[in-house]
Design a protein around this ligand. Structure first.
Ligand code: PGA
Length: 252
């Protein structure tokens, strides 16, 4: 176990109306009501459920996250959501650069970097996602890809900014596929990410929490989370079931 902040975050993706969010959050609160957890627990519902979720989580140790953010403060950006809008709903974390945003919305390193900067400027904690595709892994390019993504997203940040970020390693081939990286495979990339962070800023290498994501379930969480450089999990599918998500939190 590391001395770093441990975080279990649930990424609900595009699932659930705000009514369904209410049911899920109430179920999760009930699952965790008699359990003392020392890690940060975060739920990231769709934008339309944030207000409901924020009200239900007031006074609870469970924190609220968003799944994306605009790099702009306000203005003519149809469909976008700003940091200020999120903050007023009680949001404290924001996922940035998820592989589904990279893949389906053509988000590249420069945009992701500007979103990270916008989140930090408003006091939100960015969870910056990186990860290689199956083809990239098979071509033996995992490390250069990860390095490009990490340096592109956060290489230009100051030491102070770096002290407020979280990184998530999510191999694209493991997301929603039921295929998880083995604890050893994940640990190898996490250690590599830590070495890149150290190269940018020594303290950041030691202190930045690095979460693993990609088919994390109750039965594989403990093995992944016991690795020295894995500080938590970003959970998709299993976070949509209160019992399953609570079991992962308990494993942490
Ligand atoms: P998954 O998704 O747990 O369903 O694989 C993880 C993620 O995309 O954050």
């Amino acid at each position: 176990m590391s001395a770093r902040q441990r975080i279990i975050a649930g990424n609900w993706k595009m699932n659930g109306t705000h009514q369904e969010a209410q049911t899920l959050i109430e179920a999760l609160k009930a699952e965790l009501s008699s359990f003392q957890f020392s890690c940060d627990v975060v739920v990231c519902p769709p934008f339309t459920a944030l207000e409901t979720a924020g009200k239900l989580l007031k006074g609870s140790p469970i924190k609220l996250g968003a799944q994306d953010i605009s790099q702009h403060k306000s203005g003519a950006y149809t469909g976008e959501i700003s940091a200020a809008m999120l903050l007023t709903l009680g949001v404290s974390y924001v996922i940035i650069g998820h592989s589904e945003r990279r893949q389906y919305h053509a988000e590249g390193e420069d945009l992701i970097n500007s979103k990270v900067v916008a989140a930090l400027a408003s006091g939100l904690t960015p969870i910056v996602c990186v990860g290689e595709t199956l083809t990239e892994r098979e071509m033996n390019t995992t490390k250069p890809i990860i390095e490009r993504q990490v340096v592109g997203a956060i290489g230009s940040l100051s030491a102070e900014q770096l002290s407020r970020i979280v990184v998530a390693y999510e191999p694209v081939w493991a997301i929603g596929t039921g295929k998880t990286a083995t604890p050893d495979m994940a640990q190898e990339v996490h250690a590599f990410i830590r070495s890149i962070l150290s190269g940018i800023n020594k303290e950041s290498g030691q202190k930045t929490p690095i979460l693993y994501g990609g088919s994390v379930k109750a039965d594989n969480a403990a093995g992944l989370l016991s690795q020295s450089d894995i500080d938590g999990a970003l959970v998709g599918g299993a976070s949509l079931n209160a019992k399953d998500f609570a079991a992962i939190i308990k494993a942490a």
